[in-house]
Design a protein around this ligand. Structure first.
Ligand SMILES: [Zn+2]
Ligand SMILES: [Zn+2]
Length: 365
C-alpha cells in the first residue's frame, strides 16, 4: 500500500509549503525520541515516518512525482526505502532539537535544570530501627554516617597555588555537553567534563591534602527528631545531608523501621493492647489500669463487660503524623476463669450459680 504522506503529517493535499513545514515542526517536537524517553521505539518509528513525509512534501519536485505516482524512490538504486541519509533538512530544525533538549533536561531527568547536574548520585540512605514506644511518643535519635564533603584545603578545587582557574571547557560546571549523531538523531548528553574531570577547575599543583580529588570523607553525626506516630517502613528525606561535591549536595534518605512489641498492635493510628480481668470485675465493673509502654493508664471497666470486648479510649492512640489528632486506644478484655477454687470460693460460686439459674438471668438481660 502506498504511503499517505499527507495523512502522516496531518495536512490537506492542497497544503502550502508553510503549512507542511508547520505540521512537521509540531510533530517532530512531539515525536522526537529524546522527548519520549518512556516510549522510545514508538517515537523513533513515528519520527522517521514524519521525517520521510516531510522530505518528500517539502521538495517541489519530489512532491510532484509523489502526487502523480503515489511513491518516491529514495537513493540511487531506487529500490531502497527512506533512510536517514535521505533527510536533508536536519539543520533547518536544529532550534526544535535544542528546545527538546532543554525541556528534556528540566523535565526531571536532571534535577537542577538546563546546565545543572543530576545530584541523585550524591544521595545517601540509611535505615533506623526504633521501638514501638518511640514511635508512640516520638524520639530523638543520633545517626552517624559517612559522607563525602569538599576538601577544606582547596575548597573542592583539587588544586592549590596561583594558577588555579575555572575550567574553560565547562565554565566551572564540571559537566560537558556532547552531541552524538546517530542517524538523524542527535543524542544530546551531559557527561563529566573531560578537561577538569568534573571539578570545574584546572591548575598545575594538585592539592596536597586531597591529592587532587577535591573531596574528603567524614563521619557526620546528627540528632534527628523522629515524629510521634511514625509508622513502620516510613522513609523521610533530609535535604542537603547527602554527599557534598563540587558545590552540589545530595539528600539523605532515612528509612525508619518500627520494631514489634509484645502485647501491642498498631492498626492505622489505633493502638491495641490486652487486659486480663476476673469474672467479678467483668460482671460488676471496676477501676483498672493498663500498661502503655511502661506508663500506667487508669480506665473504667463497665459492668457487664464481655470477654473479647474492646474498651475504646479516644485520642490515646498514635498521633497523626499529618495534621492534628490521634487514633484511639483499644483495650481488649480477656476474662480469666480461675483454674482452682478454695472451699469458700467454691461455695460462693455455687451459690451464685443457683441464684442465677433460679432467676434464669445468666444469659438474659
Ligand atoms: Zn571542566
Ligand atoms: Zn584538596
Amino acid at each position: 500500500m502506498a504511503k499517505d504522506y499527507y495523512k502522516t503529517l496531518g495536512v490537506e493535499k492542497t497544503a502550502s509549503p508553510e503549512e507542511i513545514k508547520k505540521a512537521f515542526r509540531q510533530l517532530a517536537r512531539k515525536w522526537h525520541p529524546d522527548a519520549n524517553p518512556d516510549n522510545k521505539s514508538e517515537a523513533e518509528r513515528r519520527f522517521k515516518e514524519i521525517s520521510e513525509a516531510y522530505e518528500v512534501l517539502s521538495d517541489e519536485n519530489k512532491r510532484k512525482v509523489y502526487d502523480q505516482t503515489g511513491q518516491v524512490n529514495f537513493g540511487s538504486n531506487g529500490s531502497e526505502g527512506f533512510r536517514w541519509q535521505d533527510f536533508s533538512h536536519f539543520s533547518d530544525f536544529s532550534d526544535i532539537f535544542d528546545d527538546i533538549f532543554r525541556n528534556f533536561n528540566s523535565g526531571g531527568s536532571f534535577r537542577s535544570g538546563f546546565g545543572g547536574r543530576d545530584t541523585r548520585q550524591l544521595d545517601l540512605s540509611l535505615s533506623l530501627s526504633i521501638s514501638m514506644a518511640e514511635s508512640y511518643r516520638g524520639a530523638k535519635k543520633e545517626i552517624r554516617y559517612k559522607r563525602t564533603v569538599e576538601c577544606s584545603n582547596c575548597h573542592g578545587k583539587g588544586f592549590e597555588g596561583n594558577d588555579v582557574r575555572t575550567c574553560p571547557t565547562c565554565n566551572g560546571t564540571g559537566q560537558e555537553r556532547v552531541v552524538q549523531q546517530s542517524g538523524i538523531f542527535r543524542m544530546m548528553n551531559m557527561i563529566t567534563c573531560r578537561t577538569c574531570t568534573g571539578r570545574g577547575y584546572i591548575g598545575s599543583t594538585k592539592c596536597h591534602v586531597c591529592h587532587g580529588s577535591g573531596k574528603k570523607s567524614e563521619v557526620e553525626t546528627r540528632t534527628i527528631d523522629i515524629p510521634a506516630g511514625i509508622s513502620d517502613n516510613t522513609q523521610f528525606v533530609m535535604r542537603g545531608l547527602g554527599d557534598d561535591e563540587n558545590g552540589q549536595t545530595g539528600d539523605l534518605y532515612i528509612l525508619v523501621n518500627v520494631r514489634n512489641e509484645v502485647g501491642y498492635t498498631r492498626s492505622n493510628f489505633d493502638l491495641i493492647t490486652n487486659k486480663e480481668i476476673g469474672f467479678p470485675e467483668a460482671a460488676l465493673g471496676a477501676d483498672a489500669t493498663v500498661d502503655i509502654f511502661g506508663e500506667e493508664l487508669k480506665f473504667k471497666i463497665p459492668a457487664g463487660t464481655q470477654p473479647g470486648e474492646a474498651i475504646r479510649i479516644r485520642n490515646m492512640g498514635f498521633p497523626h503524623t499529618r495534621g492534628t489528632g490521634r487514633g484511639d486506644l483499644l483495650i481488649r478484655i480477656k476474662v480469666v476463669i480461675p483454674k482452682k477454687l478454695n472451699s469458700t470460693q467454691k461455695e460462693l460460686v455455687e451459690k451464685l450459680s443457683e441464684e442465677l439459674s433460679s432467676k434464669r438471668s445468666w444469659f438474659g438481660k
